[in-house]
Design a binder for this molecule. Structure first.
Ligand SMILES: [Zn+2]
Length: 257
C-alpha cells in the first residue's frame, strides 16, 4: 500500500470561512486578525484494488490554471482518471470542495471515474445548515444528484483494506478511515485528529460541533494508535502529514515518518 500526501498549500481562515492563500515568507499573520493558519493535505492511497483520494480538499487552482490536486497526482505518476474512490470524512468545503469544479450551476467531477462515498446522515445534516458558510452548497447539490455518489450508514468496511467508523465530534456524523492490515495500519482522523499538535496538547475546540466529544475521540484514537503503531495521516498539517504516535510517562510523542 502506497500513501501519498497531496499538499494543497497553506491558508488563513477566519469567521467568514473564506480560505485565503498564505505564504509564510511574504505574508504576515498580523495583517489577518482573528485568523487561523491551516495547511490542506488530501491523501492519495494506492490499495491492491483501488486508487483512493481521501478528502479532496478545497479544489483550488494553482497559478498555472491547473487544479492543484490534479497537478500533485500527476507529479506522482497518476492521473485524475485513475482515481477509483473518493472518501469523505465530512462535507465542510475545505475537505469536500475538491469533489467538483465549475460555477453558476455547471459543475464537473474532479475525478470523473471515481465512486464517491460519504455518510448519508452527514449529507442530511449539511442541508440543515443552509445558512452556514462552512459548506459549498452548489457543489454539494451537484454531488448529491450525481450517479457516482454512494451513501454509507454507520460503521463498516468497503473492502478488506478499507474500514470506516463514525466519530462524530467535529460534525455529528464525521467519520474516520482505516486502511491496510492489522500489521500495517493507516488512520485518517479528518478534523477530529487534524494535526499532531492536537494530540500532544489537549483542548476543546470552538469550531467543533461537539468539542468535548471530539477531544475525547482524539484521545481514544491516539491511545489506540499508539498501542497498535498506526500511521496517522493529518489533513491539516503539511509539515508532518504522516506520523507514528508514542505514549510514555503519560505523554504523547509524535514520530514523523
Ligand atoms: Zn478541515
Amino acid at each position: 500500500m502506497q500513501v501519498i500526501p497531496l499538499s494543497e498549500g497553506t491558508y488563513t481562515v477566519d469567521i467568514s470561512k473564506r480560505f485565503v492563500p498564505f505564504h509564510p515568507q511574504t505574508d504576515h499573520l498580523s495583517d489577518r486578525p482573528a485568523s487561523l493558519v491551516v495547511d490542506i493535505v488530501p491523501f492519495l492511497i494506492q490499495t491492491s484494488g483501488e486508487l483512493v483520494v481521501v478528502d479532496p480538499g478545497l479544489g483550488f487552482q494553482g497559478n498555472d490554471g491547473e487544479f492543484m490536486i490534479h497537478s500533485s497526482i500527476m507529479r506522482h505518476g497518476y492521473s485524475a482518471d485513475d482515481v477509483s474512490l473518493v472518501l469523505l470524512s465530512h462535507l465542510h468545503k475545505d475537505h469536500a470542495g475538491g469533489l467538483a469544479y465549475g460555477k453558476d450551476g455547471a459543475y464537473n467531477l474532479m475525478f470523473p471515474k471515481a465512486t464517491v462515498y460519504c455518510q448519508e446522515k452527514e449529507m442530511e445534516y449539511a442541508f440543515t445548515k443552509k445558512e452556514s458558510s462552512s459548506f459549498d452548497f452548489e457543489k454539494l447539490e451537484f454531488i448529491r444528484r450525481s450517479p457516482k455518489l454512494r451513501f454509507m450508514n454507520g460503521d463498516g468496511t468497503l473492502n478488506e483494506e478499507i474500514r470506516f467508523e463514525i466519530s462524530g465530534g467535529h460534525t455529528p456524523f464525521h467519520q474516520v478511515f482505516f486502511f491496510g492490515t492489522e500489521e500495517k495500519k493507516y488512520f485518517f482522523g479528518g478534523d477530529v485528529v487534524p494535526q499532531p499538535s492536537q494530540i500532544i496538547r489537549r483542548f476543546v475546540a470552538k469550531y467543533d460541533f461537539d468539542g468535548k466529544l471530539s477531544a475525547q475521540r482524539r484521545r481514544d484514537y491516539s491511545m489506540r494508535g499508539a498501542e497498535s503503531n498506526w500511521t496517522f495521516l493529518f489533513f491539516h498539517d503539511g509539515k508532518t502529514p504522516m506520523a507514528h504516535v508514542n505514549f510514555r510517562h503519560q505523554q504523547f510523542r509524535i514520530i514523523s515518518v
